[in-house]
Design a binder for this molecule. Structure first.
Ligand SMILES: C[S@@+](CC[C@H](N)C(=O)[O-])C[C@H]1O[C@@H](n2cnc3c(N)ncnc32)[C@H](O)[C@@H]1O
Length: 301
């Protein structure tokens, strides 16, 4: 077996991060981190399913891509134990610093962080046992390139699992947010499957095709309901306006009053999901999993 590249050498959770360039997701870093408890509850079952699919075992070496504020990194660390190792990567240096702080505060000693675009991981030959990506892959304008880098970072037989949003029909809140923000920002209506957008990988058949094209085997892609249950629609708006980078970026350049009008309209439309018990926004995710192949990937058809 080839020796693993030591990717954990210079990036323990106690180490200072190098200074990579800022990224639009930096603006959402504090908000996403602040809402960790709500996000954790929202994604609880889906995260457990994703980590089950990654077949994490004590002592495993795991790559966490687009790790955000590190919530699922903690779950990974718990599953692999102190004898394992997890490398949390993200394109936003600011959110990664929050992940680093979360891991350090939790006393996790088996984790490291590294700022990296998922499309340029540069981890070929690292021989990870597993790689996971919770709600990050769809932001890649070239998901195939990202998957190729992930495949190259895994040992043959290593597992990959990811959560991405499914199609617009099953994600009405995302449709309302995107359409309303686009209209208020004076942008044309966009294809909901536009590369790099929230539901870009939700079109039926796309994830299985990309995984196959990359050279993965044992491919499974299943929809999973993940309603976002909150006390009120206002709680959801508060979450979106501080944590949902794609929506925030569309409205960022507008004057304050125009932004307020957009949020008001979103709130009014999303009110339809209010219930006597609170607010429950439907969401559907795809849980995608596969095994890294041993042979060269098949050429694209
Ligand atoms: C919706 S958040 C998910 C964060 C975390 N995985 C979670 O579930 O809590 C999306 C994350 O993807 C990261 N991201 C966006 N584009 C990326 C890219 N091209 N490469 C790596 N990370 C990216 C963002 O910085 C952000 O932290």
């Amino acid at each position: 077996m080839s020796a693993s590249v030591n990717v954990f050498e210079s990036t323990s959770v106690g180490a200072a991060l190098a200074e990579p360039p800022p990224h639009p997701w930096d603006d959402a870093a504090q908000g996403w981190n602040h809402h960790t408890t709500a996000i954790r509850t929202w994604l609880h079952d889906a995260t457990a399913a994703m980590l089950d699919a990654a077949q994490l075992t004590p002592g495993a070496r795991v790559l966490d891509i687009a790790a955000g504020a590190g919530d699922q990194t903690l779950d990974i660390a718990q599953r692999i134990g102190p004898g394992g190792a997890v490398l949390a990567t993200d394109i936003s240096p600011r959110i990664l610093a929050l992940a680093q702080a979360r891991l350090r505060a939790a006393g996790i000693t088996c984790a490291a962080t590294r700022a990296a675009d998922a499309q340029a991981l540069d981890l070929a030959g690292a021989n990870f046992d597993a790689a996971v990506c919770r709600l990050g892959l769809m932001f890649c304008t070239s998901p195939l390139q990202a998957l190729q880098g992930i495949h190259a970072a895994l040992r043959p037989g290593g597992r990959f699992s990811a959560l991405v949003f499914s199609q617009p029909q099953a994600n009405p809140c995302l449709v309302i947010l995107a359409r309303t923000a686009q209209r208020h920002a004076g942008l044309p209506d966009r294809n909901p499957y536009e590369p790099g957008s929230l539901m870009s990988l939700g079109q039926p058949g796309v994830m299985p095709r990309l995984l196959h094209q990359t050279g993965f085997t044992d491919i499974a892609v299943q929809p999973m309901a993940a309603p976002f249950v909150l006390p009120s629609v206002q709680h959801y708006i508060d979450f979106v306006r501080s944590s949902a980078s794609p929506v925030m970026q569309m409205l960022k350049a507008l004057p304050a009053a125009a932004q307020a009008a957009a949020w008001d309209e979103m709130r009014a439309q999303l009110q339809v999901f209010s219930t006597p018990q609170g607010w429950a926004g439907p969401n559907e995710l795809l849980i995608c999993s596969a095994t890294a192949g041993i042979n060269e990937p098949p050429s694209p058809t």
